[in-house]
Design a protein around this ligand. Structure first.
Ligand code: HEM
Length: 215
């Protein structure tokens, strides 16, 4: 009965990331920005949740390759990867459900043309989001025991090439929705970059780590 207890830092990592994601959205949009507090429970919470999900998923994909690059990643962080991935996926699910309910020209004016159809950039962004979501779903399925026997599927979905491609879908989602605003810092509330840009910077760091560190 001398079983060693594995250290796992999932709890603190999830708490810190969610605190950061929610605090960033609250400060940027309510405190230094113009959004009324009545919009917190859905519209602004959705931004905090999507940013937290993005960071947790980047940690999930990034910790292993970071270690391969010779960086001293604590054991507790490596053991946390599965919980971080699952939590990130569940947060994305909440984000997608909230976004579906809010998706209208009166909430997201910049995504729509005057005739009520989607702009090209919004179409590309949402395509990236939906495909990234489906890929995350497939990725989660690959860890279910009954699919574990399907070696070809597992090998494909966890391969370096596929992961590097899949990360680009999430990046496309935030890039196409946000880059016009990124180029106009004078319009940033309180000088704080938009959530989409923060997510894109996190993606860029994670992508470089994966490009060089993933075997
Ligand atoms: C069915 C799938 C998805 C749909 C319908 C969707 C929809 C949306 C919408 C409508 C926005 C604009 C929100 C806003 O500005 O308030 C948004 C933003 C965002 N989404 Fe998604 N999304 C999906 C999947 C994903 C996935 C898979 C990720 C992460 C890997 C993600 C991360 C983000 C982030 C970080 C933002 C930026 C929030 C902001 O700049 O305000 N989304 N998404």
């Amino acid at each position: 009965m001398n079983e060693q207890v594995k250290t796992n830092s999932a709890g603190p990592i999830i708490a810190i990331v969610m605190f950061f994601g929610l605090a960033y959205a609250i400060v940027r949009y309510h405190i230094v920005g113009p959004v009324p507090w009545k919009d917190f429970p859905f519209f602004i919470l959705n931004k905090g949740i999507s940013l937290s999900a993005f960071i947790l998923l980047t940690c999930n994909f990034g910790f292993g390759p970071l270690k391969n690059l010779g960086i001293n990643v604590p054991e507790g962080w490596l053991n946390a990867r599965k919980a971080l991935g699952m939590t990130g996926f569940l947060l994305v699910l909440i984000h997608a459900l909230i976004s579906f309910m809010l998706f209208s020209p009166s909430v997201y004016g910049k995504f729509f043309e005057a005739d009520g159809t989607l702009t090209l950039l919004a179409g590309l962004s949402m395509l990236g989001g939906v495909l990234a979501f489906v890929v995350l779903w497939a990725f989660n399925l690959s860890f279910q025991t009954h699919l574990r026997e399907d070696q070809a599927f597992i090998r494909f979905i966890t391969s370096r090439k596929f992961l590097l491609f899949a990360m680009l879908l999430g990046a496309a989602h935030v890039f196409f929705m946000g880059y016009e605003g990124w180029l106009n810092p004078s319009g940033w509330h309180g000088g704080m970059p938009p959530v989409s840009l923060v997510a894109f910077v996190v993606f860029s760091v994670g992508y470089v780590v994966n490009l060089f560190g993933r075997k």
